[in-house]
Design a protein around this ligand. Structure first.
Ligand code: 6PG
Length: 237
């Protein structure tokens, strides 16, 4: 599957390009559909992008923010993707609280939380059974093991194709994650990857080596763009 790959000199250039693409997606979505449905990624890489978005003068009432995955902790936990995104961005802009759609992590059973988020998405996007949401832009990171969102190698979540949201597992700890087909149904998917630690996974994934079980990011299809810094791209031919 040919992928759109852009290699940026360093982190600053990577973040600037990601900001450009995010703002372009916002403008296109608002012009075409009157709203912008964005899926935030967790981890550390996206944080400077969120900080940059916090400085943008946009009509944030037209933006809706979802998450691609969440550690199964309260939003106040330092590990929380929701908490990181709010501190870096959402708390600093005038986005209506109802436009922020966090993954719930307060049910005893993560599977119940996954079902609740799925129901929320189906309601928001008015989905018929079997339909997938059309997020305007889904941001993804990449682990050095080739995982994305909370789709980790050799885990049951990789095989889930009839749901929007499922339970991922990292080191036997539960996470919530959008499924691969739910992510792939996005109008645009943007991988934001930096650092030498990711270079081998990037090389294998773009070369379509190994299996999707080994490199779950390979499950993500559709309109996919990879933004890499020079270090993450160092092993590409
Ligand atoms: C998470 C993310 C995860 C992340 C990668 C890369 O919840 O941790 O969704 O998929 O994107 O692990 O993380 P870094 O950006 O911290 O390298």
């Amino acid at each position: 599957m040919p992928q759109n790959v852009e290699i940026l000199h360093d982190r600053a250039a990577l973040v600037a390009r990601a900001l450009d693409l995010t703002l372009a997606a916002y403008r296109e979505a608002v012009a075409a559909r009157g709203q912008f449905a964005f899926v935030a990624a967790g981890g550390s890489t996206p944080k400077p992008l969120y900080q940059a978005l916090a400085t943008c003068e946009l009509d944030w009432s037209l933006a809706h923010v979802f998450w691609g995955d969440e550690r199964y902790v309260p939003p106040t936990d330092p590990q929380s993707n929701e908490g990181m995104t709010r501190r870096a961005w959402l708390d600093l802009v005038s986005i209506p609280p109802a436009n922020i759609h966090p993954m719930p992590t307060n049910a005893d059973d993560p599977a119940i939380a996954a079902s609740r988020y799925e129901a929320h998405l189906r309601n928001f996007f008015h989905l018929a059974p079997g339909e997938f949401p059309s997020f305007d832009l889904t941001l993804l990171g990449l682990g050095d093991d080739g995982h994305t969102a909370s789709l980790f190698p050799h885990t049951p979540a990789l095989a889930v194709s009839d749901r929007l949201v499922t339970v991922g597992q990292k080191d036997n700890r539960p996470r919530l994650t959008l499924t691969a087909p739910a992510i792939s149904a996005s109008r645009a998917v943007l991988f934001l990857v930096e650092g030498a630690a990711k270079a081998e996974a990037v090389r294998a994934i773009l070369a379509e080596e190994g299996t999707a079980e080994q490199y779950p990011a390979r499950l993500i299809r559709g309109n996919v763009t990879w933004l890499l810094d020079a270090a993450a791209a160092a092993k590409l031919p």
